[in-house]
Design a protein around this ligand. Structure first.
Ligand code: 5RP
Length: 232
């Protein structure tokens, strides 16, 4: 009788796998940039196992800061650090050039800030996040609340439907005290141009396209193991 086939790993197991794999990219003796989300939570848990080998972290959200501190990892203010060797974060979508949609966890502004001060962005994701063209995932855009209606019309002119993200029946308030629009119906064929354009609309704090701050490496968790994709 043949042995029973082992069940395919769950998405949660894939996230844990890639969270552990990211430890290989953490530069020992330095401060590491840490993103936000359920995949990053697995990375933070793994990071705690080598906490004595790093100086600490710069965090991209209140949630990640709390998790890092609870595990005994020192969290530095981003202004206390000139440059980080590496930033490790998840993504909602990633294309074949390392361009991403991010912000499903509403932390996109601080994520972009920490990514910008890092020499290398290592994206950790499960295979469901890999796409040919960005845009199937609703694009998060952090905005100043008084600009919401006009920005919704501007997205409508691009063929997108923008909705204010809610939590418990009220607009979600980000760590920066602002709101999020989630925009469906977009196909973002030129992420660099799209990011540049939307970023300069008055009232936009941060658009969740990460093309200027793209990933140099993606660790992609698949049922067959972790693939390393390079975009240098
Ligand atoms: C948070 C993010 C996350 O990286 C993104 O939403 C992916 O999250 P998860 O790992 O939970 O799927 O951009 O703002």
């Amino acid at each position: 009788m043949s042995a029973p086939a082992s069940a395919a790993p769950s998405q949660d197991e894939l996230k844990a796998l890639v969270g552990r794999a990211a430890l290989e990219h953490v530069v020992r003796g330095e401060i590491v940039g840490v993103g936000t989300g359920s995949t990053v939570n697995k990375f933070i848990d793994a990071l705690a196992t080598i906490k004595d080998e790093i100086k600490g972290a710069v965090s991209s959200s209140v949630a990640s800061t709390e998790r890092l501190r609870a595990l005994g990892i020192e969290v530095f203010d981003s202004n206390a650090v000139d440059e980080l060797a590496v930033y490790i974060d998840g993504a909602d979508e990633i294309d074949g050039r390392g361009h991403m949609i991010k912000g499903g966890g509403a932390a996109l502004t601080r994520e972009k800030i920490v990514a910008a001060q890092s020499r290398r962005f290592v994206c950790i994701a499960d295979a469901s996040k890999r796409v040919e063209v960005l845009g199937a995932f609703p694009l998060p855009v952090e905005i100043i609340p008084m600009a919401a209606r006009r920005l919704m019309r501007q997205f409508a002119a691009l063929g997108g439907l923008a909705q204010v993200r809610e939590k418990d029946g009220l607009p979600l308030v980000t760590d920066n005290g602002q709101h999020i629009l989630d925009v469906t119906g977009l196909k973002i064929a030129d992420p660099l141009a799209f990011e540049s354009e939307v970023n300069q609309w008055p009232g936009v704090v941060t658009v969740g396209v990460f093309a200027h701050q793209k990933a140099q490496i993606c660790l992609l968790a698949t049922p067959e193991g972790v693939q390393t994709l390079r975009y240098d």
